[in-house]
Ligand binder design. Structure first.
Ligand SMILES: C[S@@+](CC[C@H](N)C(=O)[O-])C[C@H]1O[C@@H](n2cnc3c(N)ncnc32)[C@H](O)[C@@H]1O
Length: 340
């Protein structure tokens, strides 16, 4: 039997070191700057107003994490982005996925400091724990917070939505409404990959102009439109397919069931209800990202939680759906699909 070592324990337990190093670099905009051309440590220090002590430890740590490359040694060495960082952490590129890291830097990291308190009380440890209302009311009351939150969502979701647009068989359907659609990425991904589909992205009022801007940028106005919906008050727009990306996980069980019932009512016979989540595996043993996403939902919402494909199938059967299946998308994310 292999000798036991504490290596994995140290790696996991000290996971905040690499996480915080990368989040800080993303927050500074280091990768966006280096995408314009290589820089020496001193140039980086001056550009971002860092203390002399910061360099070369900060930049070399990023080299060791595979996020930067370094040509040469010593003060004349030139730093540039790794291929991965250049593709996904340069704000000037449409593939930018660093919004999640920026939000992790500003919100999730400090709030996760109170995980123990969240576990003891079962109560949210985000802005709402500081005497404010729900995450959407608090984050959305500040335009900068709203833009950062929506970009963070897109950072997690874009790859999954592209996979859904390609992997699911859209041929029996013509219309889609994505509820809680944020920047409109799901609706645009499906429309782009399936020229026969017409899509609506529906969300709260402050989100609409942001989605409209993204749709216009992509030149998809002919087949992707926006709608303002408050799913606590309104019926959902009718469509052949209703989608919800990381929406059900935001809420407690009664709200999840209310949303599933509203999706059922908005669909025709034969219609499909699709959720995209970091769906937990049925045995609740393997999808660590999904399980920790659910811990994150204690921090963000107290009673909110992530769930398995089996949970989804049960709730949808209760609502009247005929059957359901799980379609793996990318990494820890899957779609769960219920048919009316
Ligand atoms: C966690 S985000 C997910 C965004 C996107 N679907 C994705 O997967 O990346 C949840 C979304 O639900 C929307 N939302 C929250 N409360 C809502 C409400 N009462 N009515 C409609 N949308 C709401 C938020 O504005 C946000 O865009």
């Amino acid at each position: 039997m292999a000798q036991l070592t504490p290596e994995r324990i140290v790696q996991i337990g000290m996971g905040f070191w690499p996480a915080r190093t990368l989040q800080t670099a993303a927050k500074l905009g280091l990768f966006t700057e280096l995408a314009k051309g290589p820089m020496t440590g001193e140039q980086i220090r001056q550009k971002f107003e860092l203390a002399p002590r910061a360099i070369p430890d900060f930049t070399d740590a990023l080299v060791s994490l595979g996020m930067l490359e370094r040509e040469g040694d010593g003060p004349d060495a030139l730093y540039s982005n790794s291929a991965e960082a250049d593709a996904f952490l340069d704000k000037a590129k449409p593939s930018y996925a660093g919004g999640l890291l920026e939000m992790a830097h500003d919100r999730l990291y400090p709030f996760w400091g109170d995980l123990l308190k969240g576990l003891k009380t079962g109560q949210a440890q985000n802005e709402s724990a500081r005497g404010m209302a729900s995450i959407f009311e608090t984050v959305y009351s500040d335009p900068e917070g709203l833009a950062q939150f929506l970009a963070a969502m897109s950072g997690v979701s874009t790859g999954n939505f592209m996979a859904l647009a390609e992997k699911f068989d859209w041929s029996p359907y013509k219309t889609l409404c994505d509820v809680g659609g944020a920047e409109g990425i799901l609706a645009m991904s499906v429309a782009r990959a399936n020229p026969h589909m017409t899509c609506i992205t529906a969300d709260l009022p402050p989100v609409e102009p942001i989605a409209q801007g993204k749709i216009a940028e992509a030149g998809l106005e002919d087949r992707v439109s926006t709608a303002v919906v408050d799913f606590f008050k309104d019926d959902l727009p009718k469509a052949d397919v209703i989608t919800m990306g990381m929406v059900l996980h935001d809420w407690d069980l009664p709200t999840k069931k209310m949303l599933i019932a509203k999706a059922y009512d908005a669909l025709p016979e034969g219609g499909a209800f699709i959720v995209v989540e970091q769906l937990i595996d049925d045995a609740r043993r393997e999808n660590a990202f999904g399980l920790m996403m659910s811990l994150n939902m204690i921090i963000e919402g107290g009673d909110a939680f992530d769930y398995t494909g089996k949970d989804f199938a049960l709730w949808c059967a209760e609502a009247g759906f005929k059957g359901s299946e799980v379609l793996h998308l990318a990494g820890p994310s899957s779609a769960a699909i219920a048919y009316k």
